[in-house]
Design a binder for this molecule. Structure first.
Ligand code: PXL
Length: 278
């Protein structure tokens, strides 16, 4: 069985980060090992929350893994709370990346034109350097804009604009850049990717559900990594992740109006398992 290590926080309530990554990766038939970075009572979009920093645990945990001969097929990083956590994550990548390891970085730090609470433009630039250590990165357009230091333009951009942004993202050092939440046409939303080795672009769109829920980026990234571990190509894994995320939002819109609580991805686990078996 493939073993993924995912580096991100545990937000106890408000489905995102590890409470999403663990069940989704498990349901997809891969092992989810964790490097938890912090424990929060809720994610930071709630009006208040508790926060217990686990930064000092990261290095000893990694050292133990090394001495025990543990290895990983994928390293998947999500929300990181500080410059120091980014540095430690880079060390984890340097120490555990082998020929077989796929490194996926989701620079979870912004959406809708704004950085999440507590982040700065300097932090976003630093996250850009971590992205340079990845094989694949999966930012949304807001995160990409902050990492590249360009203004967030909202919607109404051209395909050329997105293609140019993707090329610049790969110039950070990753092989493949994916932009999520891309829309060129009313009523459609999806992803566009660029493989800097082949020079090829890929895009996939579905119907736009006019609601945005917290944690969908984490659902997306977890599903993407899970599908890669099941042997799917990057393109195929992006389609699986897009379809699952869309189905989760569709199902949630019917009965859960509070967006902070995330999507009801649990209801769609049978769909995901079925989709993986096809
Ligand atoms: O879903 C991203 C995320 C993860 N973890 C924490 C967050 C957020 C987004 O706000 O606050 C703690």
């Amino acid at each position: 069985m493939k073993r993924i290590v995912t580096v991100q926080d545990i937000s106890c309530v408000g489905k995102c980060s590890l409470t999403v990554a663990l069940p989704i990766i498990s349901a997809m038939g891969a092992e989810a090992a964790v490097s938890p970075t912090a424990v929060l009572s809720t994610h930071t979009a709630f009006p208040s929350f508790t926060f217990c920093d686990l930064t000092k645990e990261i290095a000893p945990i990694c050292e133990h893994w090394k001495s025990a001969g543990i290895d990983f097929d994928a390293i998947y990083t999500g929300y990181l709370g500080s410059f120091e956590q980014i540095e430690l994550t880079e060390k984890l990548i340097a120490d555990f990346k082998t020929e077989k390891t796929v490194v996926v970085v989701d620079p979870a730090m912004a959406d809708g034109g704004k950085l999440y609470k507590g982040f700065t433009e300097a932090f976003a630039k630093r996250m850009g350097l971590l992205c340079g250590k990845a094989d694949v990165i999966v930012p949304n357009i807001t995160e990409a804009s902050f990492m590249l230091g360009v203004p967030y333009v909202g919607e109404g951009y051209s395909e050329e604009y997105i293609k140019d942004m993707l090329v610049k993202l790969t110039e950070l050092g990753c092989k493949t850049a994916v932009l999520t939440g891309v829309s060129f046409e009313e009523g459609k939303l999806g992803v566009m990717a660029y493989n800097s080795e082949s020079g090829e672009y890929f895009s996939y769109f579905r119907e736009r559900i006019p609601e945005s829920y917290h944690g969908t980026g984490d659902v997306y990234a977890s599903t993407f990594v899970g599908a890669l571990m099941r042997g799917r190509s990057v393109e195929d894994a992006l389609m699986v992740a897009t379809d699952y995320t869309v189905e989760c939002i569709k199902s949630t819109v019917k009965n859960s109006p509070d967006r902070k609580y995330g999507v009801n991805f649990e209801e769609l686990v049978p769909y995901l398992v079925d989709r993986m078996d096809k």
